[in-house]
Design a protein around this ligand. Structure first.
Ligand code: SAM
Length: 308
């Protein structure tokens, strides 16, 4: 894609660039879903990032005419977005989750889990308001977004942020420092629960890899910039979810809860364990395929999970 000098000279305001970006992104069929769900927001994000302005600035309030260097910076980001298909979050190195800013790059998934909605609501009504949360575990923490958002939601809690990928954990650490949470959020190199023996948690939350082999092949190019270790989970997408179900009882407190995202693999999970009363959570802001089980339920169906 070539953005001509004439285009760059003509488009003199942030708004003009956003509308031009919308047309351009539509024409090139870019996929939105890594932080935005439409091309208008995607274009506005890249324009404001290029101008080094916060995302809540109204486009109408951006001083104009834009300087030539500003226009070149926008054109450069648009061009990269279309040519590389990298999600905007990787081009700008930032993403938002639960209203918090995170550093991201291609070592971690772009934060977008619907679990964020549960966190900002303090996991109510599944975690009672009055009960203090002491320990939280986030399995497959990636950028650390879920762990760090939990630490914000439960100011007295200590949070373990576990991941098998050392590359991802380097980003986790960067975000722990960004949020000044070194005292309460611990990154842990762990294959699911392997490094956590002896610990008990009130809440175990996980957005593990859950994409099945068929879905991976069909996913838009944008997903292929994300680390495969964060997405791929065997033929039915359940490799990690089943291991978590098998081991979680040993790591939960008696009143604890397990919350796991399995996305489109929800049907396969329900089919594999038809008698288990998975509570499939609902979301106001979109998303599906997140279940909750209590420690008691996990104990009750433990043999079934072990036999899987
Ligand atoms: C879907 S991503 C979720 C990242 C982050 N929690 C989020 O919601 O954006 C899954 C994460 O699980 C990690 N992972 C993959 N296999 C793992 C394993 N066996 N044990 C722990 N983490 C694992 C990946 O490195 C990746 O960071």
């Amino acid at each position: 894609m070539q953005i001509t000098d004439e285009t760059i000279e003509t488009l003199d305001s942030a708004e003009a660039w956003v509308y031009w970006g919308v047309d351009c992104f539509e024409q090139h069929g870019i996929y939105c879903g890594h932080g935005t769900d439409n091309v208008l927001d995607e274009a506005a994000w890249l324009v404001l990032a290029a101008l080094e302005m916060p995302l809540d600035v109204s486009l109408a309030n951006v001083p104009q005419p834009l300087a030539p260097l500003q226009r070149r910076a926008i054109a450069n980001l648009f061009q990269q977005r279309v040519e590389t298909r990298k999600p905007a979050a990787y081009l700008t190195n930032e993403a938002w989750f639960c209203g918090l800013r995170f550093y991201v790059d291609e070592r971690v998934l772009v934060p977008r889990s619907p679990i964020g909605e549960l966190i900002v609501n303090g996991f109510a009504p599944w975690w009672p308001d009055q009960s203090p949360v002491s320990r939280v575990l986030d399995i497959g923490t990636g950028s650390g977004c879920i762990a760090i958002a939990c630490a914000h939601a439960f100011p007295a809690a200590v949070v373990d942020a576990a991941d098998i990928s050392l590359e991802a954990l380097a980003v986790t650490q960067q975000n722990i420092e960004l949020h000044q949470l070194d005292a309460r959020v611990n990154r842990v190199e762990s294959d699911l629960f392997s490094a956590l023996d002896g610990r008990r948690y009130d809440i175990i939350v996980s957005n593990p890899p859950y994409v099945d082999a068929e879905d991976i092949a069909l996913m838009p190019e944008e997903f292929h910039h994300e680390p495969p270790l964060g997405l791929v989970a065997g033929t039915d997408g359940l490799d990690f979810a089943v291991r978590i179900l098998q081991d979680a009882p040993r790591y939960l407190t008696a009143e604890g809860v397990l919350i796991v995202e399995v996305g489109n693999s929800d049907a396969a999970l329900a089919q594999r364990f038809p008698t288990v009363p998975f509570m499939w959570l609902e979301f106001e802001n979109g998303g599906h395929g997140v279940f909750l089980l209590t420690a008691q339920e996990l104990a009750e169906y433990h043999e079934l999970f072990l036999a899987a």
